[in-house]
Design a binder for this molecule. Structure first.
Ligand SMILES: C[S@@+](CC[C@H](N)C(=O)[O-])C[C@H]1O[C@@H](n2cnc3c(N)ncnc32)[C@H](O)[C@@H]1O
Length: 391
């Protein structure tokens, strides 16, 4: 699953950038911009199989009006029904809407093309039907057969209209994202976890293999969002150690808590609301490991983001200040007083220049705080992460 996600994402990058993208430095910087937080392609594994009526009124609200995290569509009870014929009409309408997009989104802001949207439609069908296979294999002569759905057919019309017309991210439509071996609930107000960030859990696995003491210590995920890193790390710590997940956003805190409970990790992971190190003062100098994927997009780049990201994902999760470095520098400085001697940190960055800047900063201004500083590439070869050990 993990490697296939990597392959899917890399394939998505190839689709966006063409096949000669590794050739020179300029293309590398384009790749850096096109990957990670600037795009949000649905990243389910390719092996997921199966791939006009006017809209009734669009009644599905997606404003983050209350903090009451929702169960992902595929886990909701199949309490709705529709005839095969009505479902096929919806599918045909949805397909033609997806086809009408062509490559227009890609040309305007690197958004998804029709091929990606058709794939997403198949995933939506898989999530919304109790028995998607029987839908695909039934003959047209069984048109009045009744099928069980996890969402009302009217809502499916409204959801697909939102996907195409307002560019609402697919993950918010189905209420989840597949990330490593997890399926995390996500909704408006919470960043959709990206495939690149999965590598941070592998970096933690590597370091706890080398130093088993760290495995039993306290780990911290700063800016936890959906709780992805905290849950991924909580699971690799096994019976040892514990994790504190921090976020300033009340929606993120509720969604992270919801995901922690869905994976039955509430005894291992606590979720705290507050700004960066504020909720952690009592753990000063006692943290074994610290990870963060903070906001790092330069403010001036926010307007140019893919519509799915810029219009729908929380600005609080994206905007890293004028040069994108504000939060990263704050975290670097804080890591020096939070980590225990020998403690490990890993930060995700926007790539390349931000990594170099952080390492330069640590080697000069914080030269007595850290050693073994490394810049680690993501699976597309982009210098993405900075890791190090507290002296
Ligand atoms: C890029 S998102 C990362 C979310 C998650 N860790 C992931 O990788 O999917 C950055 C997160 O930092 C949070 N954040 C922003 N400012 C913060 C602050 N001052 N203190 C704590 N969290 C903050 C945002 O709410 C958001 O959830």
């Amino acid at each position: 699953m993990y490697y296939s996600l990597q392959i899917v994402h890399t394939l998505a990058l190839f689709l966006v950038l063409g096949d000669n993208f590794l050739a020179d430095e300029m293309n590398l910087s384009i790749l850096a911009r096109a990957s990670s937080l600037s795009t949000v392609f649905a990243s389910r594994t390719l092996h997921r199989s199966i791939a006009c009526r006017p809209i009734s009124c669009s009644s599905v609200s997606y404003a983050p009006n209350s903090i009451n995290p929702k169960t992902p569509l595929f886990l909701r009870p199949p309490i709705f029904t529709a005839t095969l014929s009505d479902l096929q009409k919806w599918q045909n309408w949805a397909k033609s809407l997806a086809s009408s997009v062509g490559s227009s989104f890609t040309e305007s802001d690197n958004g998804p093309d029709s091929e990606i949207l058709h794939r997403e439609l198949n995933w939506l069908i898989e999530d919304a039907l109790e028995n998607p296979n029987s839908f695909q294999t039934r003959s047209e002569f069984e048109f009045d057969t009744v099928l069980q759905l996890r969402a009302d057919l009217g809502d499916l019309y409204a959801l697909w209209k939102q996907r195409i017309e307002t560019r609402r991210p697919f993950q918010y439509i189905v209420g989840c994202e597949h990330w490593r071996d997890l399926v995390l609930s996500v909704e408006e107000g919470v960043l959709i976890p990206r495939p690149e960030t999965e590598l941070m859990v592998d970096l933690v696995c590597d370091v706890i293999k080398e130093n088993v003491d760290l495995k039993g210590g306290l780990w911290v995920d700063l800016g936890t969002g959906s709780g992805a890193l905290a849950i991924g790390i909580g699971r690799v710590l096994g019976d040892d150690g514990s994790v504190i997940a921090v976020d300033v956003s009340p929606i993120a805190v509720q969604v992270a808590l919801f995901n922690v409970k869905r994976y039955n990790l509430q005894d291992k992971i606590s979720v705290k609301q507050g700004s960066w190190f504020d909720p952690l003062t009592e753990f000063k100098g006692r943290v074994a490991g610290l990870v963060s994927n903070p906001p790092y997009i330069p403010s001036g780049h926010i307007n140019g983001l893919q519509a799915e990201v810029g219009r729908h994902e929380p600005i609080l999760a994206l905007d890293g200040g004028e040069d994108g470095m504000s939060d990263l520098l704050h975290l670097c400085n804080g890591a020096a007083f939070m980590l225990q001697p020998g403690g490990f940190f890993a930060f995700e960055t926007n790539g390349e220049d931000q990594c170099k800047f952080l390492v330069d900063h640590m080697e000069s201004i914080q030269k007595n705080s850290f050693y073994d500083l490394k810049i680690v590439p993501d699976f597309a070869g982009i210098q993405r992460f900075v890791t190090g050990i507290r002296l």
